[in-house]
Design a protein around this ligand. Structure first.
Ligand SMILES: [Zn+2]
Length: 82
């Protein structure tokens, strides 16, 4: 998998979480509700970084892009209403 993904508008979006891209990680309710006996806050953050869905914003077109990395990446695009 590369460090970039291509938005539907053609812009290239950096997908590296630590590249200063302003990306967000999504913590689902199921993720937050999972009991992790003995896990520290750092463990929780590490798990979220490894497994959490990433939310990117495409500046040129305003789309929100959700990326779930895996053997086959899942990418969904959402266009703002206005
Ligand atoms: Zn775009």
């Amino acid at each position: 998998m590369g460090s970039w993904l291509t938005c539907k508008c053609g812009a290239r979006l950096h997908r590296n979480l630590f590249a200063g891209t302003g990306m967000s990680l999504i913590a689902t309710e199921a993720f937050l509700d999972t009991e992790r006996v003995g896990a520290s806050a750092d463990d929780l953050v590490s798990e979220l970084v490894r497994e959490g869905e990433r939310l990117l914003r495409c500046r040129p077109c305003g789309r929100i892009v959700l990326l779930q990395e895996g053997p086959i990446d899942q990418v969904r695009f959402y266009t703002p209403d206005d």
